[in-house]
Design a protein around this ligand. Sequence first.
Ligand SMILES: [Zn+2]
Length: 530
Amino acid sequence: MRALWLEKRLDESVADHANKGVLTLTRPRYLVVGQISHETNVFSPILTGLDQFQGRELAYGEGLFEVFKGTKTGIGGVIDAAEQAQRAGRQVELIPTIAASAVPSGLVTRDAYAHLLGTLLDGIAKAKAAGKLDGVVLILHGAMVVDGITDAEGDILQNVRRVAGKETAVVATLDLHGNISQKMISYADAFFGYDTNPHVDPYERAVEATGRILDIIDGKIRPVMAIEKLKMLPPTINMRTAEGPMVRLFAMAREFEAQPGVINVSVFGGFPFADIPEAGSSVVAVADNNPALAGHIVKTIGQEMWNTRGQFLKPITAPAGAVRHAMSPEAQAKGKPGPIILADVADNCGGGGSGDTTVLLQTLLDMGARDVGFAIMWDPGAVKQAETAGVGGTVTLDLGGKTVPAHGDPVHVVGTVKKLTNGEFVNTGPMGTGLRVSVGPAALLQVGGVEIITISNRMAPNDPEIFRHVGIAPEKKTILVVKSRGHFRAGYEPFAKEIVEVDCPGAASPNLSWFEYKHIPRPMFPLDRV
Ligand SMILES: [Zn+2]
C-alpha cells in the first residue's frame, strides 16, 4: 500500500521535475513537530500541573496550525520554514503533535509530564508506523525540572530517540536560560539556542532548525555537537545580549558561525533557580562532521565566559531608594519624556516568581507615590471581590502576599474599581508578537496614587498591552512597576525614561545567597569563591 503510494508520488515528482528540466527524485520529508517548554523554579511552592499548561498554551495535533500559524513563535517558525521549503521545491509535510508551555513556576508534576511526553511520543510512534518519519523538530526550553526528574529535556530527548530510532534526525531549539546537559547532547543531532535576550528570536531559531534538519535528512550535513559546561551559575539579571558580558560571547559565536563547517554556536547563561546537578552556564557548538572543530569552539568561548564571570553580577537598588529616586523631580526632569520603570525583578513570573509579593507596592503606598501604573498583582480572590463591587465600586482588601509569607504580607488597602476585563489581549511588542494571551479575569484598582492591575492567571507583564488593555497609556505614566526581570525591556525600553532594578524579596531574586542549594555541583560561582 505504502509502496504504491510512494511510487505514485515519485512518478509525479519525476514528471514535475522533468517539466522543469531537473532530474532529481524527491519524496516528501516528514517532520514531526512538538513543543514541551517550561522554565522551572524549584524554589517556587507553586507546582506546575496540566492546568498551568492549559492556562498558557496547550494545543494538540492540527490545533498547532490554528494557534501558531502566522505568529513569531517557535512553532510558527517551523510552519513558515516548511512552507518556504515547499515554495523552493522541497516537499515537506509537518506532523503536529503537541505544543505545551506554562508560565515559569515550581516543579512540573509527574502526571502533567507523563501526559505531555506521552502525547509527543505517541505522535512520533504513529508517524513511524505510517512510514512518515524523517525527523523530529522540538521546541524545548532547557530548564525544565519534573518532580523526580532533574534533567527533563534529557529525559524527553532520550525517549524521543528511543521511539524515533537512530536513523531519524532530531533537532531542538532551546532557551538561552537552559541548563544544558551532556545527556541532552547525546540524544539529539543539533541544538539551536536563542541568540537574543530578551528573546526575540525563537521564531528565527525554529526556522533555522527546520532548514537544518532538512539538510540532515537530505544528507547535506552530518552534525556533531560539543558542550563546555562551566562551574558558574550567575543570576540572570545581566545576561542581556545588548550589553554586558554576553555581547562579547555572542560576537565570538557569530565569528565561529561564519567559518566553514560550523552549523550553530549557542551560549547558554543557565537558570539559577534550579537546584539540580545539571545547573550551570554552558556553550554548545554544532559542526559538520568535525568533532575537533566543535570541541575547539566550545573550549574557546567557554574560557572567555569563565574569565568574564564577574561581569554577570550587578548591584540592584533597595525598594525605598528606588521609589525615592523615581519620585524625585531631578530624576523625572532628566532624559527623554516617559515613565521611570521600577522592575521588581525578584517577582518575575517569567522566572518563577509568584507575582504576588508586596514589598514594592507597600513602599510606593507608604511613600505616597503618584501617577503609578503597577503590573501586576496576582490575586484571583481580589479580582472576584472587585467584580462583585463593580466598576466605580469600593473594595477593602488584603491584597497579594498569599504565596510565600517571607516575601511580604498582604497589603491592606481600600481601593476603587476602575476597570474590569477578561484579561485577554494581543501582544504588540517584539516578543511573541501577534500572540493572543490572557491574564484571566482582571481588575484595575486605584489605591492612592497607584493603579494596580490585579490578575487571575500568573503572567509577567512583558508586553505593554497589559497596561493598554485596562485603559492605561504606559508611556504617559510618571512611574511604572513591572514584575519582570528583563523580557519587558523589548517592549518598554523605547518609551522608558529610565529603568531601575529593585531588590525586593521573591522566588526569582538575583540575590542568590537567599536560596538554599543542596544539589548543584560545588564549588559554583558566584555562590562559592572560585
Ligand atoms: Zn529565557
